[in-house]
Write a protein that binds this ligand. Structure first.
Ligand code: NAP
Length: 252
């Protein structure tokens, strides 16, 4: 609490960048971090949508830019633009991700390459773009959104599962490399969450999935976002290199 009784969130004074922050999980993450008091930078390929979402977030001083995270130069330029507007990055959430599902024998090179470029190289591009500043300031939090599919595998998603499993190794290596500079890096592994990405599932598939989820329902973007807010904040100060499943018990 501050004088006058107005409460300040635990992320007050922090700048948080959220890739893929315009829809689904990323949007809920941007909202949760803004609720926590952070100034949020929203990045997605659609720059107009990024700016609109930034305007709609709770609190003030947010910004949005166009950025394809798969493009190394654009990722670096977008971080620079946002840091000029918002200040140095304290929290990076690598959430942007895509699927290009196909059975192994039909999987095309482009489907493999596109998924790797966005889901895995995108996280590398963005992490590299913020790391120098975080190292100088000797503080920072990097959170990577992986998936239970990266831990359990999934028929028809060899490309996606490999990209998400890659993020797990990336997370642990970044955590080890940057811990001496007090930079924490963790991953969240959502189960099946109701977003545009899972919209394509038919009713029978959703019912089949529910049977595999001990808590008996698909997750909501907010279920994931609240855990991101916790891991980004001071209560998680002694947690690094972990993969936290947010999946209703699916992958235990
Ligand atoms: P979504 O609803 O499809 O939203 C994807 C977001 O990423 C959008 O904001 C999109 O905006 C952005 N995006 C896509 N490609 C991009 C690129 N190359 N560069 C920058 N931004 C890009 O996805 P979601 O379901 O919320 O998933 C978010 C993350 O959670 C993904 O990493 C996904 O793999 C992971 N996940 C999802 C589930 C699930 O069940 N939904 C489960 C486990 C893990 P633009 O199109 O404008 O770029």
């Amino acid at each position: 609490m501050v004088a006058g009784g107005k409460s300040e969130g635990e992320l007050h004074g922090q700048v948080a960048l959220v890739t893929g922050g315009t829809r689904g999980i990323g949007r809920a993450v941007a909202e949760a971090l803004a609720e926590g008091g952070a100034r949020v930078g929203v990045l997605a390929r659609d720059g107009n949508r990024s700016r609109e979402v930034a305007e709609e977030l709770p609190g003030e001083g947010h910004a949005g830019v166009a950025c394809d995270v798969a493009d190394r130069e654009r990722a670096q330029a977008a971080v620079k633009e946002l840091e000029e507007l918002l200040g140095p990055t304290g929290i990076l959430v690598n959430n942007a991700g895509i699927t290009r599902d196909n059975i192994l024998l039909r999987l095309k090179d482009e489907e493999w390459d596109d998924v790797m470029a966005v889901n895995l190289k995108g996280a590398f591009n963005m992490t590299r773009a913020v790391t120098r500043g975080m190292m100088k300031r000797r503080s920072g939090v990097i959170l990577n959104i992986t998936s239970v599919v990266g831990l359990m595998g999934n028929a028809g998603q060899t490309n996606y599962a490999a990209s998400k499993a890659g993020l797990v190794g990336f997370t642990k290596s970044v955590a080890r490399e940057l811990a001496p500079r007090q930079i924490r890096c963790n991953a969240l592994a959502p189960g099946f969450i109701e977003t545009d990405m899972t919209d394509a599932l038919n009713e029978a598939q959703v019912e089949g999935l529910k049977e595999q989820i001990p808590l008996g329902r698909l997750g909501t973007p907010e279920d994931v976002a609240e855990v991101v807010r916790f891991l980004a904040g001071p209560h998680a100060r002694y947690i690094t290199g972990q993969v936290l499943a947010v999946d209703g018990g699916m992958a235990m």
